[in-house]
Structure formats: C-alpha cells, structure tokens
Design a protein around this ligand. Structure first.
Ligand code: ADP
Ligand code: GLC
Length: 482
C-alpha cells in the first residue's frame, strides 16, 4: 500500500534531534507510524546548532538568497528512520542555549521572524523549490511555529492541502501588528476573520483560519478547546470551525519505551513477569539517596515545571502522604520558584523525597521503571505523554481528569475495580485536596498487592502504540487530499 501524496511535517522540535517536550516525541514518532503504512513523510525543522552534522547523507537541496535577513539553505538527510529537511539559516537558528529562550529566560525577541522563516520555507517547498524534485501534496503543521505557512499559501492557486495540529493552545505565536510587512503578510489578512488576535498577529490563529482541517491531541481537549476556561481566547475561532476539528489521542514509540528491552533499566521486565521492577525500584531509591523499601509506595514525577503541570500543589498535598509512608522522586526543570519549592520539600524530608533539577532522558526511563506510580496533576493537558510512559512501565498514572489524561487513564473506582479494567487514578478538581486524596487512595490500594498487581497488568497491556491514531490521521489525510 502506498500513501496518496508526499506529506511535509513542519515543526520546531523533533526527537531525537531536539526536544523540550512532548511535541518532539510526536513529531519524531508519528512519521514512522505513517511510513509503516506506505506514506512518504519528510519533517522540516530549523537547523539548530550541531543538527546538520547528525544527519546521514546530508545534501543541500534548496537555496534562499534572502530569508528574513540572511541567506539560508535546506539540507536533507536521515536520522533514526526519519527523513529530515533542516532549514539552515545561521542568522536565525545558530545560537547557544534554549531553542526558544535567550539567556535572560525570555523568548528570543526575533522569534516571530525565526518561525515565520520556517513557515515561509515550508511554503516554498510546497511550491516545488527543492532541487531533488520532491514536492508535498499535504502540509501537516504543528503548533504556532509552523502556523504562518497556512497564511503564506492561502491565496496560492496551487496550494497543497493543509492540516494543523494544536499541541498546546497556551502558545499562540503573537507578534505586534506593525510587523505585518516584515513578516511578509498581506495587510488584508489582518482582520478578525484572518490572523488578527486582540490587536496582534497570531501565527496559531492563522493556522486555524487557513487550514483545511484542525486536529488536536485528544478528544477531550478538542471539546475543552471550545470553552472559555481552556480555549485561551481562541475558543470562538475554534467553535466556528468545529466541524473541521478532530481530537486524536497521541501514541508513543513502543520500541523506545519498552520495559522488556529498555537499556536504561538496571533490570528488564514485562507484563507477564514484573519481577525486574523491584530491582529497578531499589536501584532508583539508591540513586536518589532514599532508604530502599519495597513495602512503601514510591511516586515519581518527570515534567517541565510550569503552571500548566500543577506541581505547585505537591508540597501541601504530600504532607499527609508522607505521614502515611509515601515517598517521592522528581525530575524536572523550569519555573525557578517551583524548583525552589520542590527542593525545599526534599530538604525537609530527606528520607522520603528527592528532587533532581535538570533534563535527563535516561533518568526519565529509570523513573518510570522504578516507580510504583507517576503523578500528572496538570491544570490542563492537551494529551500528555508521561502518563502513557507510566502505563507502559507499570507505574500507575495518578492524573487530573482533563484533556488526554482523562482519555487514557481508567480510574480505580469501585465500578472499574469490579470490572477489572482500572489502570490508574483520576481526580478532580485540580486542587491540593483533590491530589492528596488520590495519593492516599493509591497508598490504600498499594497495601493490597493482589489488586495493585492487577492494575499494573492492565496498565502495561493498555494499548498506547501509534497505530490506531496513525490510521485516523491517514483517513483525514485522504479526506483533504480527495
Ligand atoms: P509537555 O509536552 O507539555 O511537556 P508531555 O507529557 O506531552 O508534556 O511530554 C513531556 C515529554 O518531555 C515526555 O517525553 C517527558 O518524558 C519529557 N520530559 C519532561 N521533562 C523532562 C526532564 N526533566 N527530563 C527528561 N525528560 C523530560
Ligand atoms: C504539548 C502538550 C502535551 C502533549 C504534547 C504532544 O506539549 O502540552 O499535553 O502531549 O504537546 O502533543
């Protein structure tokens, strides 16, 4: 079977090349699931420092003399089974540190131009600018960084089909209205029915208005996006186009996240034979400097530390939990106030809480391997991948009932326990007492190891692979290409 037309993914992150969050995991995994079904997919990504050197078979296949203040090229090549196109524009992307933030922790001031350039290059590629003759029939844009591609192509008679996926509506790609000309956008688009958003340009709104279809990363988030509480000002735009909106739950790469073969784990295990998990737990406790105890539950967190993730609730929610023997390990970085609060929790409870500030891919695997449960108390969560990793590793997810968390975790309530289908814990509202009662509920169930093991088995066999979701994307691709 062959895909109908070549597809170009456009995004600012893609694992394993560059990652700050789940967007990278999705952009690195979904193309492989599509390729497995015969689709020809390439991913266009900025050439951040060092990335071109990581590609196999790197070849220059486009030249832009002037792209937002400098010259640029497009380099094709492969990595980890992905067909990549890197936009090499040193004046925009060759800089140290974070891909989005300068040394002061604020957005790079020229982020509008940087990602307009990415979007403009995508539009040129769609117009047939690559010297190797490859030309996409469909553009799949991810988040605001790719959004202006839809605007650049809006009036093009040869416009390809365009689908936009919203991974997080909190990031809208705003720029002051006076930048319209500088961003190569026609004045006529600056209207309420176009890309104007409360007196500014919004790259995400451009994508929502000028795409053929919109998707987001879970069915529940699709519904939430149309409400003032979650739509972040764009609920009206989305509601107006609700027949074009589809919620498709993310999957995960089940090869890379496989406790049976994961080289990061001190001992491998499977749903059939979970013995190795005890070894992973003991090793993790030693690594974090906690006193090993198989009888006491070990909670884990792997997260960006931001308002979205609700981890500010943790210090207060842990008070009773600590008295009941609960222990906690945290890996994360972000908001300085939050980092400090979590570090303080560890200082105050050195036997039971340990916190590592930083970003560490291998350690995140060991945490899923070694913990009994992972916490995701988000205020909003478009999909969330960490609860899916938790499921796969038998670290039962404890999640707030929102977005993709609501769609992937089955709460251990009496009905689900009786039916034997529970795989974790949900709570609502996202508050200290909501989180606390879920944690205490988990402690209660953990003391009944027979039931806990059943939940672990349910979790580890819950389908989290990309195939069903890739099928849904393919049927949307066919719909817009028809
Ligand atoms: P978001 O994209 O909103 O941050 P997701 O749950 O979709 O949330 O994805 C987060 C991804 O980033 C997961 O792959 C998670 O394991 C990873 N991650 C987050 N923080 C860290 C960290 N400090 N170290 C390693 N991996 C992290
Ligand atoms: C965003 C969301 C997260 C989602 C990820 C991948 O970062 O915050 O919930 O899982 O995108 O779609």
């Amino acid at each position: 079977m062959k895909g109908d037309k070549p597809v170009l993914f456009v995004a600012s992150e893609c694992a394993p090349l560059v990652k700050t969050g789940g967007l990278a995991d999705v952009v690195g995994a979904l193309p492989l699931a599509l390729a497995a079904q015969g689709w020809d997919v390439r991913v266009l990504l900025p050439a951040y420092p060092g990335l071109v050197g990581k590609l196999s078979g790197a070849t220059k296949i486009a030249d832009f003399e002037a792209l937002f203040g400098g010259s640029a090229t497009v380099v094709s090549g492969t990595i980890a089974g992905l067909n990549m196109l890197l936009l090499d524009a040193p004046h925009l992307f060759e800089r140290p540190g974070s891909i989005y933030l300068g040394k002061d922790g604020k957005d790079w001031p020229d982020n509008p131009q940087r990602f307009a350039a990415l979007s403009f290059a995508a539009a040129e590629i769609a117009r047939g600018e690559l010297t190797d003759g490859w030309r996409p029939g469909l553009l799949h844009l991810h988040d605001w960084q790719a959004g202006l591609a839809a605007a650049y192509l809006a009036d093009d008679p040869q416009r390809p089909a365009i689908i936009t996926t919203i991974h997080n509506i909190a990031f809208q790609g705003l720029a002051p209205a006076f930048m319209l000309g500088e961003l190569n956008l026609p004045g006529a688009m600056y209207s309420a029915g176009g890309l104007e958003y409360y007196g500014q340009i919004s790259a995400l709104k451009a994508a929502l208005v000028y795409s053929n279809l919109i998707t987001t990363v879970s069915p529940t988030y699709a519904q939430e996006l149309m409400t003032p509480e979650f739509g972040m000002g764009l609920q009206g735009v989305i509601s107006d186009r609700k027949e074009l909106l589809h919620g498709i739950l993310n999957g995960i790469d089940i090869e890379q996240w496989n406790p049976e073969t994961d080289p990061a784990l001190p001992m491998n295990y499977s749903a059939k034979d979970t013995k190795g998990k005890a070894t992973c737990k003991a090793a993790l406790e030693v690594e974090f400097g906690l006193k090993p105890s198989q009888n006491d539950i070990l909670f884990g967190v792997v997260s960006r530390l931001t308002e979205q993730k609700g981890l500010d609730l943790l210090p207060l929610a842990m008070v009773e939990v600590l008295k009941n023997g609960g222990r906690l390990v945290v890996l994360g970085s972000g908001d300085v106030v939050l980092e400090k609060a979590l570090k303080q929790l560890a200082i105050d409870n050195p036997d039971q809480v340990a916190v590592k500030i930083g970003y560490d891919e291998n350690l995140s695997h060991r945490i899923n391997g070694g913990c009994d449960a992972v916490l995701v108390p988000s205020r909003f969560e478009p999909c969330g991948l960490t609860q899916l990793y938790g499921l796969r590793y038998g670290a039962l997810p404890i999640v707030s009932r929102t977005g993709g968390l609501a769609d992937s975790v089955i709460d251990a309530n009496p009905a689900a326990l009786t039916k034997g289908v529970a795989n974790g814990f949900q709570f609502q509202p996202t508050s200290v007492s909501g989180l606390e009662s879920a944690l205490l509920r988990a402690i209660g169930l953990f003391s009944d190891q027979f039931t806990w093991r059943k939940l672990m088995k349910n979790a580890m066999t819950h389908p989290v692979d990309w195939k069903p979701s890739a099928d849904r994307y393919i049927s949307l691709y066919r719909q817009v290409l028809a």
